[in-house]
Design a protein around this ligand. Structure first.
Ligand code: NAX
Length: 327
């Protein structure tokens, strides 16, 4: 067996945490040959519930699970972390302005970035799930100057998986028949799910669906899926979000399959006109534990407008957190 990998999960007592921890401990994150040490980070009010979850993890008798530690101090919670899943965040509550939301999350992601910088393992890989995920990742990264910027990512894999599923249902194909789908931009209502390079069982998706369906049904359905889940379930996406986090980290560490790509929000190198340093979703592959942006895709006018709208929003969020002194 390989050496144990330390995985820190923040917001461990929340609903995504509850859906995520059992999958990590069972080996679905890093493979059946990799033992796991879990570190659960919560705020003090969440510690007791995290202890309950840890009891249930014990009761699963997962052969790969080597240890569980619970902390309410980031400098303890991120100790030795090879993988850090930043799930806990401050949700928007009624009457909260965007500036208030960004500031409240700065109060979480700044100290967490500092702690990752100080105590995580040298190879730490960070996935931010807690919203606003892209900008929270930017804040954490900017307080971790010793960690390469490329190790800070934000999750758009749930959006990617939602888009796959919608396109599969529309075309009567299986999700495994679809390749070349991309989520661009921010994990927000402005995100752009792009099918112009996608194939369905080898045929261009654009031969199977028309622009009206894309503009009026597909894009809004994917972008508003989170709200639709809340409406139906009475609670926000949890198991599907945890599943997407597992997909993101597994592909990052173990590599994406040959012949296709996925979507992840990673620091821009300027590709596709996205300002350098913004953490934005791109078409990506991973080999050797590094994400790479898929290059050379034609971006048509339909796509350009929508990518630019989402990028504009990310730039505004960066300006806002700059104004607050958070990056
Ligand atoms: P919950 O409210 O169920 O759980 C959040 C947990 O985080 C709570 O237990 C809370 O005590 C803890 N927490 C808060 N501040 C913390 C801190 N500073 N350190 C450690 N723990 C802290 O929310 P849940 O449904 O699990 O969602 C978590 C986050 O994921 C939210 O921000 C949500 O918006 C975001 N999502 C992101 C998605 C994505 O695709 N990127 C999709 C799903 C989800 O909406």
């Amino acid at each position: 067996a390989k050496a144990p990998v330390t995985v820190t999960v923040t917001g461990a007592a929340g609903q995504i945490g509850y859906a995520l921890l059992f999958r990590i401990a069972s080996g679905q994150l890093l493979g059946a040959d990799t033992p796991v040490r879990l570190r659960l980070l919560e705020i003090p009010q969440g510690v007791k519930a995290a202890e309950g979850t840890a009891m249930e993890l014990d009761d699963c008798a997962f052969p790969l699970l080597r240890s569980i530690d619970i902390a309410d101090d980031p400098r303890v919670g991120f100790e030795g972390a090879n993988v850090a899943l930043l799930v806990g965040a401050r949700p928007r509550t009624a009457g909260m302005e965007r500036g208030d939301l960004l500031e409240a999350n700065g109060g979480i992601f700044k100290p967490q970035g500092e702690a990752i910088n100080a105590v995580a393992a040298d190879d730490v890989r960070v996935l931010v799930v807690g919203n606003p995920a892209n900008t929270n990742a930017l804040i954490a990264a900017s307080h971790a100057p010793d960690v390469p910027a490329e190790r800070f990512t934000a999750m758009t894999r749930l959006d990617h998986n939602r888009a796959l599923s919608q396109l599969a249902q529309k075309t009567g194909a299986g999700v495994a028949d679809i390749q070349g789908l991309t989520i661009w931009g921010n994990h927000s209502a402005t995100q752009y799910p792009d099918v112009f390079h996608a194939t369905v069982a080898g045929r261009p998706a654009t031969e199977l669906v028309d622009e009206t369906w894309l503009a009026e049904t597909f894009i809004p359905t994917v972008a508003k899926r989170g709200a639709a889940i809340i409406e139906a379930r009475g609670a926000s996406s949890a198991a599907s979000a945890a599943n997407a986090a597992v997909d993101h980290v597994r592909d990052w560490v173990l590599g994406t399959p040959e012949g296709t790509w996925t979507s992840a929000a990673i620091p821009s190198d300027g590709s596709y006109g996205v300002p350098e340093g913004l953490i934005s979703s791109f078409p990506v592959t991973s080999t050797g534990g590094r994400w790479e942006i898929v290059q050379g895709l034609d971006v048509n006018e339909f796509s350009r407008q929508r990518i630019d709208a989402s990028i504009t929003e990310l730039v505004e969020e960066r300006e806002a957190v700059r104004g607050l002194g958070l990056v």
